[in-house]
Design a protein around this ligand. Structure first.
Ligand SMILES: Cc1ncc(C[n+]2csc(CCOP(=O)(O)OP(=O)(O)O)c2C)c(N)n1
Length: 327
């Protein structure tokens, strides 16, 4: 049984993420509509939001120290927030501002933060070998920090997935691989691209534990991640966790999602993991209706402050364009 504190903290993190993603969804569209113009408005470029995938972030990251290494994907906000990234500097980076984590050069898919040992990339599957490298470094330094790699089920068909699992297993490294199976890689359904139903079964090929979380439940994720992180910290090697999660929004903002049926969209809304979890906490008396409302209001205020910080921040000077980049 999870402590009330952990249950409430997971709810808090999930609400923060949801408000962040939904607010950013609105702001992103400023200046881009009615004719979608990807370069216009305060947030230029693509935008991949993770509403619906909050249980994965909240359930895993509550076990981590900021000194643990985390790698994520082109859909990184939920993980970055749950791992403790500064929301204002993160938002400023998304807006391309000089006060951003990468002085506005990376944007939303390239959030790099030494303070929380966090990195992500627009290159699918990039984070897996990077996490193995982090874990190898921790081992050589005699530290008990762990590395966690989050990736989509589409990425699990890349060679880097297999290479990473093999080396992590062979060298007995403290890596937790977390597959966020949201059933879609852009518009490609999983069953059209993957030979087996559950990527967690692939762990057996490398002699490591494979754990399947069949629904988008933060408590189940928290429990599985607890074991995997403890195992990694104790020097007992890697684990692969697969969570069947839900991408409530499009692959990117502006995606018309013509590949999804109306029925699927309705089912997704009805089984929204955050709403179900909140109702469960209220039914159990762990949270009151008022208390839940306050969490949403506080989260909105935190996000609004981050948006305001990003809007007010200056763009980098043109002379800085070639600083800190490969040229
Ligand atoms: C190496 C590489 N190949 C292809 C792409 C184009 N691409 C961007 S996202 C994506 C789908 C990724 O699907 P998945 O790993 O399931 O993550 P999700 O988008 O569902 O979070 C693809 C193919 C890319 N960015 N990098």
């Amino acid at each position: 049984m999870l402590s009330e504190q952990v249950q409430l903290e997971m709810h808090h993190q999930m609400v923060r993420i949801r408000r962040f993603e939904e607010t950013l969804q609105q702001v992103y569209m400023e200046g881009k509509s009615p004719a979608f113009d990807i370069a216009a408005g305060p947030v230029p470029g693509e935008m991949h939001l993770a509403a619906g995938q909050e249980p994965v972030a909240a359930g895993v990251c509550l076990h981590l120290r900021v000194s643990d290494a985390v790698t994520a994907t082109h859909r990184p906000h939920h993980i970055a927030l749950a791992h403790g990234m500064d929301m204002q500097r993160m938002m400023a980076e998304i807006f391309g501002k000089d006060t951003g984590l990468g002085h506005g050069k990376g944007g939303h898919m390239h959030l790099f933060d030494p303070a929380t040992h966090f990195g992500c990339s627009g290159i699918v599957a990039e984070g897996m070998p990077t996490a193995v490298g982090h874990a190898l470094a921790f081992k050589k330094q005699g530290r008990d920090e762990v590395a966690v790699s989050f990736f989509g089920e589409g990425a699990a068909n890349q060679g880097a997935f297999h290479e990473s699992l093999n080396l992590a297993a062979l060298w007995n490294l403290g890596v937790v691989f977390v597959c966020e199976d949201n059933a879609w890689a852009i518009s490609v359904p999983k069953e059209k691209a993957t030979a087996i139903a559950n990527n967690s079964d692939r762990a057996a090929a490398y002699g490591i534990p494979g754990v399947l979380i069949p629904d988008n439940d933060p408590v189940a994720v928290y429990e599985a991640a607890g074991e995997a992180v403890a195992r990694a910290r104790a020097g007992r090697g890697p684990t692969l966790i697969e969570v069947k999660t839900d991408r409530l929004l499009g692959h990117f903002e502006g995606d018309a999602q013509i590949y999804r049926t109306k029925d699927e969209m309705e089912t997704l809304t009805q089984r929204d993991a955050l709403k179900l979890y909140e109702r469960r906490l209220i039914a159990a008396g762990t949270l009151t209706e008022d208390g839940a409302g306050q969490v949403w209001v506080a989260a909105q205020a935190e996000v609004d402050a981050a948006i305001e910080y990003a809007r007010q921040s200056p763009y980098p000077e043109p002379e800085a364009a070639l600083l800190h980049v490969f040229a």
